[in-house]
Design a protein around this ligand. Structure first.
Ligand SMILES: C[S@@+](CC[C@H](N)C(=O)[O-])C[C@H]1O[C@@H](n2cnc3c(N)ncnc32)[C@H](O)[C@@H]1O
Length: 388
């Protein structure tokens, strides 16, 4: 496909998304209709679509319309490319911009590529730093892998991945993390991955797990285990006994295979099967807006409403409150989100501590998205020893 034909395809997919379809579904549907497209074309179309998804407001302003076509014109203008040099109207390329498709000056919220209410939320929480954080979310995320330290070492993994033509380097300040600099899409086929020596995991999530109070032989409950990324990361760090639980057990369906590949034991338990106390550490990786990871999942920032956001903070408090009963006296309750928004981070912890004065915060971490990882929040709470 020519560059113009790839843009025409991305416009088609973007219009499908704007009509209400999810990005992955729209891309699959386009792929089925486009048997002629090779793997490089598919990757290029996907990249165009995700760029438009991240930057839909600013691109639409620069392209003169909130449509796939408007965003494609805006994307080219944003990159300093005259749209008519690619959108030539020849072959399968879209027609050149008309006189009505002129660029408008984006408002601050449009430039930040956030809905107005979220832009206000960012400003309230981050002040002068808000624009910089929003700007990072307009670009692709780096890829990191986590080295399973129970099975290997970073330099051994770097050499193994190099043999599979994947380049990576030790990430800053996170001993388990390697930043993948070339051929990230080959990771799942690599020997290191197949043999359970690595997992794909953002560096900030890894840093949070490293900050958990984990002692050998601790009994740990991963209360919102989902796919089990944090359970596996804990198992790679210390010889602890891990139970994984999720209110939606089907979300843990891949965990047994992932644990087998990593050669670790993780028990999966339903709510009825959980003992009511006795865990040294209960980890609550709560459902959240995902604002720290919107580079990877840009649909999230457009889908969420102010109402959903208020509701989610109440859900977070109730999940954290529900999880406290499983902590042994003197044990830890850790609360995490992949968000940079205060209302679902420190504010939830403050509400919890107000209702549960037998807990105190013993550690806190907040990262913002950047070259070293996603935005992530962790608060470690310790229960008093004489609590019942
Ligand atoms: C952020 S995801 C967890 C990601 C996971 N820890 C990982 O590392 O891959 C949040 C999870 O919380 C689960 N969840 C939501 N409400 C819950 C509840 N009341 N009790 C337990 N899990 C819940 C969701 O099903 C979802 O899988």
């Amino acid at each position: 496909m020519t560059p113009g034909a790839r843009i025409a395809a991305a416009i088609e997919v973007m219009d499908d998304i704007l009509a209400g379809n999810r990005a992955e579904k729209a891309l699959i549907a386009w792929g089925r209709r486009s048997r002629f497209a090779g793997s490089k074309d598919r990757r290029a179309v996907r990249d165009h679509v995700y760029d438009m998804l991240r930057c839909q407001r600013s691109f639409a302003a620069l392209g003169g319309a909130y449509t796939g076509r408007g965003m494609a014109i805006g994307a080219l203008r944003d990159a300093g490319i005259a749209p008519e040099t690619i959108m030539t109207g020849e072959g399968h390329a879209p027609a050149p911009p008309t006189e009505s498709e002129t660029a408008a000056i984006p408002s601050p919220a449009e430039r930040a590529d956030l809905p107005d209410w979220l832009y206000d939320e960012f400003l309230k929480d981050w002040g002068d730093e808000a624009a910089g954080i929003a700007e990072v979310l307009r670009h692709r995320a780096p890829v990191f892998v986590r080295v399973n330290l129970a099975r290997s070492k970073p330099d051994e993994v770097i050499a193994m991945l190099a043999a599979d033509e994947i380049s990576c380097a030790q990430a800053a300040n996170v001993k388990t993390a390697l930043k993948v600099t070339d051929n990230a899409r080959k990771i799942a086929l690599s020997r290191a991955y197949q043999e359970g020596l690595i997992e794909l995991q953002d560096a900030s999530s890894q840093a949070a797990v490293l900050a958990l109070p984990l002692e050998p032989n601790d009994v740990v409950l991963d209360y919102c285990a989902g796919g089990g990324g944090k359970s596996l990361a804990m198992a790679g760090l210390a010889p602890v006994q891990i139970t994984a639980h999720d209110a939606f057990p089907q979300r843990m369906r891949d965990l047994p295979a992932r644990a087998a590949r990593a050669m670790c034991d993780i028990a999966l338990k339903s709510r009825e099967e959980l003992p009511t106390s006795g865990f040294d550490l209960v980890f609550v990786d709560a459902p959240c807006s995902g604002s720290g990871t919107w580079r990877r999942d840009p649909e999230g920032k457009w889908r969420m409403t102010a109402r959903d956001f208020a509701d989610i903070t109440d859900i977070q408090l109730s999940v954290l409150t529900e999880a406290r009963q499983f902590v042994r006296p003197g044990g830890h309750l850790a609360y995490a989100t992949c968000s940079v928004l205060r209302a679902e981070n420190d504010a939830v912890v403050a509400r919890f501590l107000q209702n549960n004065p037998d807990f105190v915060q013993s550690n806190r971490m907040q990262t913002t998205p950047g070259p070293d990882g996603d935005g992530f929040f962790l608060s470690v709470l310790q229960q008093a020893r004489d609590a019942t």
